[in-house]
Design a protein around this ligand. Structure first.
Ligand code: MTE
Ligand code: HPA
Ligand code: MOS
Length: 756
């Protein structure tokens, strides 16, 4: 099988491994191309008085130094989000100016020679302090059902708690980069490593003071995005375009890893405070919680992240009477942004903390307590507090299967026996179950477009609004088009995303890339196929319904195998008959709505489900730990490509594990990020992948909503499964809660506290 459902390799897999895949920085540079380097604020908060740049301007190769005053359009990349600090400095790492020079080294040297004169102000650096001051970038969003306070007061038992989770650096292998080439009449061609070409286009036009029709943005592929190139790519491209416009020459801006880590947003850190009422069986009867995200200095995408955290705070569980308040406070820190899961993983941590603490209080296993609170469990509802129906049977099913795959009961006994005899090592078993809503929380983003051409020789060119960041979107969408035309994959040219081919697109995000662009490409291909079928029907002298496209051929049903045209012959015939072989396609997700005022609605087209069991081992003398085995069952509906989906599940899990166990962002007391490279910021490596890693797609579970070929999104949900590792660590050291990431240091502190 070649079309939808085939386990084909990534279209660029071989090129990735041989190094032949071209990333933006591999693009041949036109003669006269200049290079840019950023000047970043060394101080977290203050008044920018002046930039001493005379020395830098005189340095070799320097062509220009540009700042807020040199922006011809608006010095604003969103709403009140200056491209370059203008007067007020809001975080250490904020762009103050850009140096343009003939080489990148010249630009970097000159940028380092620029001194900023800043009158410092007292920065706000913690969520607690910002909460005290009541300063938000996102006003509280309150999701409420029933009467939580009354339910808690009436419950047999009550508990109050607080915990926190850290942020995460995207650490895409290819850093932020853009190449802007000025043309005539104010045209600007921007090559950008971006998940959101349309936003890059919009921001470049705004900063240059022009309109979108003069700006073309393209992206063939990214070396990873993970949410970090959803909004942040825009300002990087705008700086390159500004420099290109000012100098009249092509300008490339490729951030150093250090500048990238200092100046671009990360996953939001969260502080949680909750009160729950429960019974002796561990059923949670009422819950009140505050989820306070650190938004950083500007709004960016924090409203969407808070929305997703709030709507995922109960995750796969149901609590009848509940009030969840989410907010994003304003601090003098880099503006936190989209990161795989987009607040969903942070939301889900809440219910896991509740489940584990309640379980400990009741003397019950946390798995038992979680299952008793499942959506659809006896006495529990099947509707989220915001009013959307969830498939409880699939929640129960993925958990039952993961439990069985992992041989849970036998290994529980084995681990207990090990821990009883070993003097210093402790093993632990933990689990996670997830229900993740698929669709953009911002309703208008749930749309996509495609452009398909069939050439007269029968070859097909596919273009759509989605971007490729390694997740395999391009091959999946190509498989959809193969399926429609009944052709092989090698007939289809996969092409770079471009605002000139498909306009007004959504970012490739919220795991919706293949859902949205798959349908759009399907619709474009169906339009062309319909026209081709008419031509074939006339040729064969049969009704159009009897024309079949398969095996690179076009067949006439019931006439037998002898009336057949090659797909290419039919394409040629269409051309000769003057029938159009090109079409756009469009798709908008049906049946979704959200009322922001009441925080109710049906915001998700469907839910994705999954479950995991992980085993860890901890050295109680050093706090060091590793994950020994993980078993995953993940719902992908009827997978478009099981090979790609498996890779996504593995990658998301390990990335999530990094967030929860070893990746720690560390700011000093002045608000300067000190973890600015791999030497101080530890991402998981190949040796951190669980040596036993059983990943399985849930079988026989086509999506119940009308998704493309009944497939389901997979990019983000499995991040949540990594919470099984954090839960296993709690189990290993005998605690019911942990602040995250659970670094060796934190585990040692938790052990010390437990031993009093
Ligand atoms: N996989 C790879 N290899 N690289 C990435 O940058 N980003 C993730 C996920 N998987 C990412 C990835 C994120 S944050 C999202 S939202 C989805 O891919 C986006 O792509 P999709 O919608 O096509 O799944
Ligand atoms: N995920 C990622 N990006 C987004 C979302 C989302 O849910 N909503 C708006 N932008
Ligand atoms: Mo993904 S965080 O939605 O780019």
């Amino acid at each position: 099988m070649k079309g939808a459902g085939a386990a084909l390799r990534h279209d660029s897999a071989l090129k990735h491994t041989t190094g032949e895949a071209r990333f933006l920085d591999d693009t041949a540079e036109a003669a006269g191309t200049l290079h840019a380097a950023l000047v970043l604020s060394p101080i977290a908060h203050g008044r920018l008085l002046a930039l001493e740049d005379a020395a830098a301007r005189a340095m070799p190769g320097v062509v220009a130094v540009l700042g807020a005053r040199d922006v011809p359009g608006q010095n604003d990349i969103a709403v009140n989000e200056p491209l370059f600090a203008d007067g007020l400095v809001e975080f250490a790492g904020q762009p103050l100016a850009v140096v343009v020079a003939t080489t990148r080294d010249d630009a970097l040297r000159a940028a380092a020679a620029i001194r900023a004169e800043i009158t410092p102000r007292e920065p706000v650096l913690s969520i607690e302090r910002a909460l005290e001051l009541g300063q938000n970038v996102v006003a509280p969003q309150v999701m409420t059902r029933g009467d939580a306070a009354r339910a808690i007061a009436a419950a047999p038992r009550r508990m109050e708690a607080e915990f926190r989770a850290g942020g995460q650096e995207h650490f895409y292998l290819e850093g932020q980069v853009a190449l802007a080439t000025p043309g005539e009449d104010g045209e600007m061609l921007v090559l950008s490593s971006t998940q959101h070409p349309s936003e890059v286009q919009h921001v470049v036009a705004k900063v240059l003071g022009g309109a979108c029709h003069r700006v073309t943005v393209t992206c063939r592929r990214m070396g990873g995005g993970f949410g970090g190139k959803e909004s942040n790519a825009s300002w990087v491209a705008a700086v390159a375009a500004l420099a290109a416009s000012a100098t009249g020459r092509p300008v490339k801006l490729r951030l150093t890893r250090r500048a990238d880590m200092l100046a671009t947003g990360k996953r939001h850190p969260f502080l949680y405070r909750w009160t729950a009422g429960f019974d002796a069986q561990g059923r949670v009867l009422g819950l009140e919680a505050l989820l306070a995200a650190d938004g950083g200095w500007s709004v960016d995408m924090s409203p969407g992240v808070v929305f997703r955290a709030v709507t995922h705070a109960l995750n796969c569980c149901d609590v009848a009477d509940v009030t969840i308040t989410g907010c994003a406070v304003k601090t003098n820190t880099v503006s936190h942004t989209a990161f795989r899961g987009f607040g969903g993983p942070q939301g889900a941590l809440l219910m896991e903390d509740v489940v584990h603490r309640v379980a400990a209080a009741c003397g019950l296993p946390p798995e038992e307590v979680r299952a008793r609170n499942f959506l659809g469990a006896p006495g529990k509802g099947e509707e989220t507090p915001y009013g959307q129906k969830v498939e409880g049977d699939l929640i129960a099913r993925v958990w039952a299967e993961a439990r069985q795959d992992s041989d849970w009961d036998r290994r529980r006994g084995e681990i207990a026996a090990f821990n009883a005899t070993h003097p210093t090592l402790r093993r632990g078993l933990g689990s996670m179950v997830l229900a993740f809503g698929i669709s953009f929380g911002v309703m208008h983003l749930n749309q996509a477009g495609a452009l398909v051409h069939v050439y007269a020789d029968g070859s097909i060119r596919l273009n759509h609004g989605g971007t490729e960041m390694g997740q395999g979107l391009f091959v999946k969408v190509a498989q959809v088009v193969c399926d429609v035309f009944g052709t092989d994959l090698d007939r289809i040219a996969i092409t770079a995303t471009s605002t000139a081919e498909v306009p007004n697109t959504a970012p490739t995000a919220a795991s919706t890339g293949s859902d949205l662009n798959g349908w759009a490409a399907h619709n474009a291909a169906e339009t062309i196929k319909g026209r081709m079928a008419e031509v074939a029907a006339t040729r064969f002298g049969i009704p159009v319904e009897q024309v079949i496209f398969a095996d690179n051929k076009v067949w006439a049903e019931r006439i037998g195998g002898n009336v057949v045209l090659e797909f290419s012959e039919l394409a040629k015939l269409c051309f000769l008959e003057r029938v159009s072989l090109s079409s756009t396609g469009f798709y908008r997700t049906p049946d979704i709505h959200w009322d922001r005022a009441t925080m109710r609605g049906n915001p998700f087209f469907y839910f994705s489900y999954g479950a995991a069991v992980s085993e860890v081992i901890v050295d109680t003398l050093t706090g060091e730990h590793r994950c020994l085995r993980t078993d995953i069952v993940q719902d992908c509906g009827r997978s478009l490509n099981p090979a790609i989906d498996r890779g996504q599940i593995e990658g998301a899990f390990v990335q999530g594990m990094g967030w929860l166990t070893c990746e720690e962002l560390w700011w000093d007391t002045q608000g300067r990020l000190r973890t600015v490279g791999p030497s101080t910021y530890k991402i998981p490596g190949s040796r951190d992948v669980p040596p036993i890693f059983n990943v399985r797609l849930l079988e026989g579970a086509p999506a119940r909503s009308e998704t493309i070929f009944r497939s389901k999104a997979v990019g983000e949900p499995p991040v949540l499964l990594a919470i099984s590792v954090a839960n296993a660590l709690k189990d290993a050291i005998g605690v019911e809660t942990l602040d995250l990431p659970a670094t060796p240091e934190r585990l040692l502190m938790a052990l010390a506290r437990r031993e009093g």
